[in-house]
Design a binder for this molecule. Structure first.
Ligand code: ADP
Ligand code: MG
Length: 354
């Protein structure tokens, strides 16, 4: 690979052997106060401008800067235009991409990634919009390229991998080879040829997600949901094949065990869920500390699966979701700090051709 160039996020497709340095893009989204919060709590978060958010701490304001900040007035369309569209355009250029939603339970991760309902309304999130726009793009493109869209959905729960497209229990191993990179061996892949077909596969996968209830949110997800889209583009004339992968990840709630009020088996679950999240934090710390040269990707399933997304061959956007309510102060601060660290991660991308 040649010397990496600095990258302003949008670039022309380079020759495949050229690597481009890029950093993880961090987007902060503040959700509205809920009706209950509005009655009982105060607002601690204000978006100062489109890059700055302020957390009011007693008398002192604590200011954080990200690549973009969206307040409660931001629509799903705004988020897609800022995050999804670029990532999808890059996917068609042949770059791998990742969008991760991080934050405590109830902060708006699933709203951002999936949205409510069956994904047909205005409030649909990034995933259903990506599903539509992939096929819009394919239909508008030239006949010189043959496209294949493969879809996998998995869940990492208590350090086990579950195949959401085939709920039969199975022990999956993470494997690495030249052709497929790091992948979960034996995970099903659905090949889809229209957005409606993709939507029905997504719907089936979501049904298979397991959830457990805590005090915070009865629908809260205790698992990491990982959707992977693999796009293959074959140039009919030259025979060149470009293969690019997009991870869309709805992480488990980042709250501490004591705050979720979990006990018994649920406590054990929370610890294991937090193992992947703790290792995610350690990976980010290792990547951003010049003194550390070992990155503990292999210490959790999540970080191993997402290894290329963090410090590797992927254009990665981290969306940190926060609540503006005073009751969430500590979790919000911890999420904001997590986002600040992640901003320093350097990735290096290239087009994968065969
Ligand atoms: P998480 O997945 O992080 O646990 P959810 O996405 O389920 O959180 O959000 C919790 C609740 O707040 C849901 O009822 C969701 O519809 C609502 N919500 C989250 N973000 C927004 C937003 N930006 N605008 C309106 N409602 C939101
Ligand atoms: Mg959720």
């Amino acid at each position: 690979p040649q010397t990496p160039k600095t990258d302003p996020f949008t670039i022309a497709a380079p020759a495949s052997e050229v690597s481009l340095a890029t950093r993880v893009r961090v987007v902060c989204r503040v959700r509205p106060l809920t009706e209950t919060e509005a009655l009982r709590e105060t607002r601690l978060i204000e978006a100062v401008d489109d890059k700055t958010v302020c957390l009011q701490e007693k008398e002192t304001p604590n200011v954080f800067t990200y690549d973009s900040v969206f307040d409660e007035h931001a629509t799903q369309e705004d988020i897609y235009a800022s995050v999804g569209q670029k990532t999808l355009a890059d996917l068609f250029k042949g770059f791998n991409g990742t969008i991760l939603a991080y934050g405590q339970t109830g902060a708006g991760k699933s709203h951002t990634m999936m949205g409510p309902g069956d994904g047909n309304d205005l409030d649909r999130g990034i995933i259903p919009r990506v599903a539509e726009n992939i096929f819009t793009h394919i239909l508008q493109s030239s006949d010189e390229v043959e496209y294949t869209v493969g879809l996998s959905m998995m869940e990492v729960y208590k350090e086990h991998i579950f195949d959401l497209l085939d709920p039969q229990p199975k022990d999956f191993l993470i494997h690495e080879d030249k052709l497929n990179g790091i992948h979960v061996r034996g995970l099903s892949q659905a090949f889809v040829s229209s957005s409606s077909e993709m939507a029905s596969v997504l719907k089936q996968g979501c049904k298979n997600r397991r959830t457990a209830s805590t005090n915070m949110n009865t629908d809260s997800s205790r698992s990491h949901a990982i959707l992977q889209i693999i796009l293959t583009q074959k140039d009919v004339t030259s025979g060149e094949i470009r293969r690019s992968s997009l991870f869309l990840v709805d992480l488990a709630g980042s709250e501490k065990v004591d705050r979720s009020g979990a006990t018994g088996i649920t406590l054990e679950e929370t610890k294991k869920i937090n193992l992947s999240l703790s290792v995610l934090g350690l990976v980010i710390n290792s990547l951003t500390d010049p003194k550390v040269n070992h990155v503990p990707y292999r210490d959790s399933k999540l970080t191993r699966i997402l290894q290329e997304s963090l410090g590797g061959n992927s254009r990665t956007t981290l969306i940190i979701n926060i609540s503006p309510a005073s009751g969430s102060y500590y979790e919000t601060l911890s999420t904001l700090r997590f986002g600040s660290r992640a901003k320093k991660i350097r990735n290096s991308v290239h087009i994968n051709t065969e």
